[in-house]
Design a protein around this ligand. Structure first.
Ligand code: IMP
Length: 200
């Protein structure tokens, strides 16, 4: 089984990534287990660039293949914002609740509530090879938070087909449709054919 160092400081995202990857048969170890602690400035203009920056930095520090996710929420009526700035929306002082409250306030009176979560996943290998996958999940912005689970913008991300917010889904239900789940399923296929190629 391939072993990857998971490059993430976000505890809840780390749990999600680890769960999905384990279910997909990929073994992951945390940065601390790999003996590294890498702080990466997310200076990229796209999710893909930021995921590659993070994966490369951890691969270089650990000498092992590394996997990283960069993700965020894009709101149509805000021209795709907060996008790559989702984790920093409203400044460093806000927490998850402060950020989604600010977004609800910004969207007050706006009837076009369409939005999507995007996740870019990148695997970086010590030989310089890089594999990237992208997943999306479309939804609408709720008018008020609902549910207890998940993290980040989950309480206000409404999935019309299920009539529930991401926070009202079980972890398994969320993984089945989420941007991160979709990106990781694509990544698994890409990894399998990449490793197949290496074996031959
Ligand atoms: P990153 O660590 O730079 O990728 O930050 C991504 C940010 O986007 C997180 O801090 C969350 O605010 C938001 N985000 C990404 N994925 C999710 C999700 O599945 N649910 C809720 N918020 C998310």
């Amino acid at each position: 089984m391939i072993k990857l160092v998971l490059a993430s400081k976000n505890e809840k995202k780390l749990v999600e990534l680890r769960n999905i990857l384990t279910r997909l048969g990929v073994e992951v170890i945390g940065e601390s287990e790999a003996g590294v602690d890498v702080l990466v400035e997310e200076t990229g203009a796209t999710f893909e660039e930021n995921a590659a920056l993070k994966a490369r930095a951890v691969m270089e520090a650990s000498g092992l293949p590394a996997i990283a996710d960069d993700s965020g929420l894009m709101v149509d009526a805000l021209a795709g914002a907060p996008g790559v700035y989702s984790a920093r929306y409203g400044g460093e002082a806000l927490d998850d609740t402060g950020r989604y409250r600010l977004l609800l306030e910004t969207m007050r009176g706006q009837t076009d509530r369409r939005c999507k979560f995007v996740s870019a996943i990148c695997c970086a290998f010590p030989n310089g090879d890089v594999i990237t996958a992208r997943g999306e999940c479309a939804g609408t912005l709720a008018y008020a938070p609902r549910g207890e689970g998940g993290f980040g913008y989950d309480p206000i991300f409404f999935v019309p087909g299920l009539k529930k917010t991401f926070s009202e889904l079980t972890p398994e239900e969320k993984d089945q449709i989420s941007h991160r789940g979709n990106a990781l399923r694509e990544m698994k296929l890409k990894l399998e054919s990449y490793l197949d190629g290496i074996d031959k």
